[in-house]
Design a protein. Structure first.
Length: 282
């Protein structure tokens, strides 16, 4: 190799190392806010960063860089059940099974998940817009009484962007969502209630997926010191999720942006699509 060729190659290697350091620094910056943000979404999210820094890197090379630096997301599992459907209260039919969802605030989906608080648990009720995937209401408590889901729904109602639209509230058949305290409140708000008909999680796939996303991408699956800390972390997670997290199902836009649009093709989380997206996230 000529001296000129040697120094040319040396300069190229130095540039590649410098670019790798820039990329890794930016990835770590994003991961501080979204620890479980999928690698493919990171690659898409960094598009303008690559342009600004004049970095040319392919998707496969980006994956290899993160893998070499142990920055790929590891999968986790959830084992705790928070649904008690064996109760005497009336269960509504599934009103969204074949429904075409065309806009935000047409269907809200809800579910309850748990957080670990030292030697105890806290419980998080979420209300998510089925069209935009935006979290519109939430409530974190140290109990599972019906008032928690009522409070989450109240929060969602206070910040509606389209209050005149007819709204369906869909959930599992858990006792909190079928108890008179909740159903009477929803009825007064002229909300039509809908429930899953069996234990298949795909009947409430958006809500189930939201539980997992919020917990496993924003550090909420860890053991938290106390309820006050957990509340602050949940608020921060919802804010970041709604305004910064890109979605493949939203054509790589954020939930907050899509919530105000009507030209995004709705994509449901059916069994096959969930599996495909799960593979893409890592």
């Amino acid at each position: 190799m000529s001296r000129q060729g040697f120094y040319k190659k040396l300069k190229r290697i130095q540039n590649e190392n410098q670019n790798a350091d820039l990329i890794l620094a930016e990835v770590r910056k994003i991961r501080k806010l979204q620890p479980k943000y999928g690698t493919l979404k990171l690659y898409k999210d960094l598009y303008f960063f690559f342009q600004k820094q004049q970095i040319k890197i392919g998707r496969d090379q980006f994956f290899k860089l993160l893998k070499y630096n142990q920055l790929l997301v590891k999968k986790s599992k959830n084992f705790v059940t928070t649904t008690n459907s064996k109760h005497r209260f009336f269960k509504n039919p599934n009103r969204i099974k074949d429904l075409e969802i065309k806009q935000s605030e047409q269907v809200w989906v809800s579910d309850i998940t748990y957080l670990k608080i030292q030697n105890n648990h806290a419980y998080l009720a979420l209300v998510t817009d089925a069209y935009s995937k935006k979290i519109v209401g939430f409530k974190l408590t140290d109990h599972m009484r019906t008032e928690m889901v009522v409070d989450a729904l109240k929060m969602a109602l206070k910040q509606r962007s389209f209050p005149d639209r007819k709204l369906i509230h869909h959930s599992d058949r858990g006792i909190q969502y079928c108890a008179p305290e909740f159903t009477n409140f929803a009825d007064k708000q002229q909300i039509l209630l809908s429930n899953t008909q069996n234990s298949d999680p795909y009947e409430n796939a958006i809500a189930e997926r939201m539980n997992r996303t919020l917990k496993y991408e924003y550090g909420l699956k860890e053991v938290l010191p106390d309820l006050k800390t957990a509340e602050k972390m949940v608020q921060q997670a919802v804010e970041i999720y709604n305004n910064r997290r890109l979605h493949f199902s939203l054509e790589l836009q954020t939930p907050a942006k899509v919530h105000l649009q009507e030209n995004v093709k709705y994509k449901s989380y059916k069994r096959k699509k969930i599996l495909n997206l799960s593979n893409q996230n890592n």
